[in-house]
Design a protein around this ligand. Structure first.
Ligand code: GN1
Ligand code: MG
Length: 354
């Protein structure tokens, strides 16, 4: 099946070894390894991304802009087929081919604050380099993707339709979702007041969407399908969600979820060293809030999916998405406890950055 796709790019399948690649939850990804050159082939999940052409539009425009303004920036855009297409439609599915960045690898856990710093620099740089890019040219590849208000409504809807035994199993997490509703109120406040500008952001900054070299320096960003206008809080918040704890969202032993404040320092320093002078004072006020917003949103999304019978994320075992939700609410508690420490770190780093 994949043979037909590769032919479009002038590749002969018998010259390559094809294996599933990475640990993304949404798209299917394969590594196409050859003797001289390797590629990443990705099948877009088009029940999630309803308009693959929107993704293509955004990446092409951004690539062109970056090529013109910052030719040295490593932007991993999809390759063009023999007929000049960057999305191939075959058998009701959409595919793209990317160059494999030699010497790169991804990680699912962060062990060293330097990795967090380096990834945060990459995400901050991306948004900074696109600061003057006209965001009205970008399509919303996933409308309302990080709209917390909508995520909460979807959760409430799932409460109405879920099987009673699922509601029982999830009682604690449903309570946690309601207990932390203040996060939604804060979100509503700044969105209604238009206090925070839209910027070009990545929208999925979890650590396995960054390529590292062997010395653990972040080389570039991948998984660019959700690049679209949004709040910088989404990017910073998802870094908090995925870099602070040594245990990730799949961890079943919740006691392993702890907040590493030195990783918070690394994220703040890395991100702000790139874009601190561009962010408005109002945006900066919400830096710590970003983590609460994204951890809470992810908890709601996993919980909603559990109630909806795992239609979005899928599940490898019974209760998988409930466990992920438990995990995220535990992380949220730890994050909230650490807030005073985060404030001290910000004051401290600001002195260094001056
Ligand atoms: C999905 O595709 P992947 O695994 O990089 C999801 C993110 C979630 C993440 C949770 C399009 O990201 O929003 O944060 O799972 N992407 C989409 O692991 O829904
Ligand atoms: Mg991914």
């Amino acid at each position: 099946m994949l043979d037909d796709i590769l032919i479009n790019f002038g590749l002969n399948v018998s010259d390559y070894n094809i294996l599933p690649f990475g640990s993304g939850l949404i798209n299917h990804t394969y590594k196409i390894s050859g003797v001289h050159q390797s590629f990443i082939l990705q099948q877009i999940n088009n029940s999630v991304f309803k308009h693959p052409a929107y993704i293509d539009n955004n990446l092409a425009l951004i690539k062109q802009y970056l090529d013109e303004t910052n030719p040295d920036y490593l932007f991993v855009a999809p390759l063009k087929s023999i007929t000049g297409e960057s999305v191939i439609y075959s058998d009701d599915k959409f595919y793209r081919l990317f160059p494999f960045i030699e010497g790169s690898h991804t990680v699912n856990f962060l062990q060293d604050t330097r990795e967090a710093y380096s990834a945060a620099v990459q995400f901050g740089r991306f948004t900074r380099l696109l600061n003057l890019f006209d965001i009205t040219k970008l399509k919303y590849t996933l409308p309302d993707f990080h709209n917390l208000k909508l995520r909460f409504l979807q959760f409430e809807q799932a409460l109405k339709t879920a099987e009673p035994q699922k509601l029982e199993r999830a009682a604690k997490e449903v309570k946690a979702a309601h207990d932390h509703i203040g996060i939604l109120h804060t979100y509503n406040q700044f969105t209604v007041n238009g206090e925070i500008p839209l910027r070009v952001i990545h929208h999925d900054t979890k650590i396995n969407n960054v390529l590292f070299d062997d010395a653990q320096n972040a080389l570039c960003l991948v998984d660019l399908d959700t690049v679209m206008p949004g709040y910088y809080l989404s990017d910073v918040g998802d870094m908090m969600r995925t870099y602070l704890s040594p245990a990730n969202e799949e961890e079943q032993d919740l006691d392993k979820i702890v907040i590493r404040t030195d990783f918070f320092r690394a994220i703040y320093k890395g991100y702000m060293s790139e874009i601190g002078t561009i962010l408005t004072e109002n945006e900066k006020k919400y830096f710590i809030f970003s983590g609460k917003m994204m951890i809470y949103m992810q908890g709601l999304r996993f919980l909603t999916d559990f109630l909806n019978n795992d239609i979005y994320y899928g599940a490898q075992y019974d209760g998988h998405n409930l466990l992920r939700a438990k995990n995220q609410f535990r992380l949220l508690e730890g994050y909230i406890k650490a807030e005073p420490l985060f404030n001290d770190i910000i004051t401290d780093v600001n002195k260094e950055l001056l």
